[in-house]
Design a protein around this ligand. Sequence first.
Ligand SMILES: [Zn+2]
Length: 288
Amino acid sequence: MGLVSAKEMLVKARNEGYAVGQFNINNLEWTKAILTAAEEAQSPVILGVSEGAAKYMTGFKTVVAMVEGMLEFLNITVPVAIHLDHGSFEGAKACVEAGFSSVMFDGSHFDIKENVQKTKEIIEFAHARGISVEAEVGSIGGEEDGIVGGGEVADPMECKMIAELGVDMLAAGIGNIHGQYPANWTGLRLDVLGQIQDATGKMPLVLHGGTGIPTEMVKEAITLGVSKINVNTELQLVFAEATRNYIEAGKDLEGKGFDPRKLLKPGSDTIIENVKEKMELFGSTNKA
Ligand SMILES: [Zn+2]
């Protein structure tokens, strides 16, 4: 199966009561590991790409070509979307043109009127080409690739305004933050999530900052309409830990242990295991 938009997979998830994971990619190893995990778990998957990560990987076109090549080479049969994460207005348009199958336009730092206007324009541009769109209301806390959010709680009525523009999925701040959660974090505002669900109908909702949210809270959020959960930092942490363990054990000094294909294998294997665990938690295993 080639690339698909995120729309169908999220509508199905919303109706059947599970969530699809968005796992952010940084390089070839990350992408290969996430696709391998999705195929093994028979789960749909969304590959998240921030503008910073795309720049690192030498551009949107390189990302699309790499993923398409892997889908063919690895015989991937599950639905896969390439999705721009926290896109700018220009970045979202560029991704649509480069062959991404889904984009997020993050206008949460504009006032609601400008957010509505710009989101509407991106929807028209993307939908004309069959590409799904995620919008954001109420910025999500923490820092991700230079995008800093204040951790607001979204206004359900503003969510309704954006949802009615025809977005395919909606990210709303409900106390979630990017990166690791501080010890004094008070948890997700599930009461507000319920109000947002009521205000937006059957709109698939997106939970950003999926690293370290307690599993019971994740499960409850899914029952309240969360159909897409973004995971980024957690994979970076487990990859770094596995790589550090390999080097501290002196494995890079044994035989050809310094070969990058060996050096990066423990980290890649850990990503595969971690992604499969998330898919199990989100309920997307065997839903391809
Ligand atoms: Zn995010």
